[in-house]
Design a protein around this ligand. Sequence first.
Ligand code: KIV
Length: 292
Amino acid sequence: MTTVLDVQRFKDEHRRFAMVTAYDYLSARILDEAGIPILLVGDSLGMVMLGYPTTLQVTLDEMIHHSKAVARGSRQALLVGDLPFMSYQASIEQAITSAGRFLQEGGMHAVKLEGGGPHAVEITRRLTELGIPVMSHLGLTPQSIHQMGGFKVQGKSQAQAARILADAKELEEAGAFSLVLEGVPSELGTRVTQALHIPTIGIGAGAGTDGQVLVYHDLLGLTTGKAPKFVKRYANLAEDIGNAVQRFARDVASGEFPGPENSYSANGAAPAKSPAAPASIEERQEVKYGAG
Ligand code: KIV
């Protein structure tokens, strides 16, 4: 199984690595079997899976619900649960309780939290002391969307870049085992990566970070609308699914589906094209929905 020590080794051995979001059992299983070393149950699931307008609406209970499903689907990957908005900001005690739930109930191995500054640094220190590994997240931090005035690239000015670099060093010093850098100029992504001992994982942070993360649905083209610039689509599943279900509906309308090969008979012989007899109890018990 991938551990936080392996993730540090990736950096030490200059091995670039991928992290992908997972929100459910099946995606976790596919990603795990494909050898993706880190799965992030990101709060982006609020927008991608639940249709919320931002990540701010996602609750800790929703995150735990999805984490449990991901944990059931994964055997090899390091699992990171994303602390949602207002599950760690109120106090250190709240952060400890929320992070503890991710490990105890959700089956995660580590948590991620957004932002720098004294509160985030203190949470990182305390969680690390308690044996809960922390992945930090700087740059474009979607939980602060209203303060940033939208999904805007961060760290463009010298002062902002210096702030991000200083925050990154403080979080590392507090014990973070890795750092997500989102939506920053490539030069800053490289600069922060070179300044830290812990690995950085970029999303819209250029090619100079130690790892890269993408949202599962984005990289598979399982979305509607235009993808952001930092996304590379490796498949076009939304279109494929649309075409597949249209073909299914056409086959139903024309009587092409179900054919004899999709039908049961009372005596085990493939029935003729006419509608199938009701399945026997034995046959019904064999029926399985979805992957086993
Ligand atoms: O919630 C999420 O998916 C994330 C990644 C984009 C890093 O935080």
